[in-house]
Design a protein around this ligand. Structure first.
Ligand code: UDP
Length: 258
């Protein structure tokens, strides 16, 4: 079994110190049956939301892999823990898992988004990755009564990797509730709006913008309806600064600090 990455906490929420390569190693290990579970993305909005949503917090604490999805979280880990981690956006991890599907034998199921987006995302992935093992798909607009049929479809598909695109915190709550009914699923990643990106409905920030870590600002400009959620970013920054100022002081060199 692969060793687990170092796990640190940012304002009480755990984050794994991984880069993309290490995250993919963990996915391989989980899929092989060593350690099944959820992959959740940690970003400033989710850290702040977890403070008032105990169910989200519990889901984060119970996840098998917590990727540093937002640059704010990367900076906080570097500042508070001196760990030099890199960003692993969930919107990049999912396509990377898809790209590895043929070689690793991953059997993928895509659950979530509208029927049109879901079908389009599947078609796009099949076009991009010949040999990809997509064994099933279902849109994400399902009521309580319809969920048993979705669970049944996932179980019958033989999927061992499930992507759930219901937005946060809906997808985390869904996983907590339904994953115990999906014994064949070894890896379950919450991917938010990633199907919309793959289907070409939402554009990610241009590479140059991503490189200077301003993807969050691009999203604010292009999806102003998210402004309320992004109001969490300054709160997050303020709380991290306070945690940094309140950190225990380092003993001076040569001091008898124990
Ligand atoms: N969605 C869904 N069912 C629902 C609510 C939302 O399938 O009941 C989908 C929605 O169509 C979109 C995704 O969930 O594809 C939410 O994307 P968003 O960008 O809001 O997620 P985030 O990454 O911000 O959590």
């Amino acid at each position: 079994m692969l060793s687990l990455p170092k796990r640190v906490k940012v304002l009480g929420v755990p984050v794994d110190c991984v880069d993309m390569a290490r995250a993919l190693d963990q996915v391989r290990d989980m899929a092989s049956g060593n350690r099944a579970g959820c992959i959740l993305a940690v970003n400033p909005e989710k850290v702040i939301a977890a403070q008032s949503e105990p169910v989200l917090r519990r889901a984060l604490e119970g996840a098998a892999l917590l990727i540093p999805d937002g640059i704010g979280v990367v900076w906080a880990v570097r500042l508070l823990w001196k760990e030099h981690i890199a960003r692993v956006p969930g919107a990049e991890l999912m396509p990377a898992i898809c790209a590895a599907s043929a070689v690793e034998g991953y059997r993928l199921f895509l659950f979530g988004a509208s029927e049109e987006v879901n079908a389009q995302a599947v078609a796009e992935l099949q076009r991009e990755h010949p040999g990809i093992g997509i064994v099933g798909r279902h849109h994400g607009y399902v009521n309580e009564a319809g969920m048993a049929a979705v669970i049944d479809a996932i179980n019958r598909s033989g999927a061992n990797v499930l992507f759930v695109a219901l937005g946060s915190p809906k997808q985390e709550l869904w996983m907590e509730r339904y994953l115990p009914q999906l014994p064949g699923v070894r890896v379950c990643q919450g991917v938010g709006g990633t199907f919309d990106v793959i289907a070409g409905r939402i554009r990610r920030a241009p590479l140059a913008v991503r490189r200077v870590n301003l993807e969050w600002f691009y999203r604010l400009l292009t999806q102003p309806q998210r402004a309320l959620r992004q109001a969490a970013i300054p709160r997050f920054a303020w709380q991290v600064a306070r945690a940094w100022l309140a950190r225990p002081s380092q003993p001076a060199p040569g001091a008898n600090g124990g």
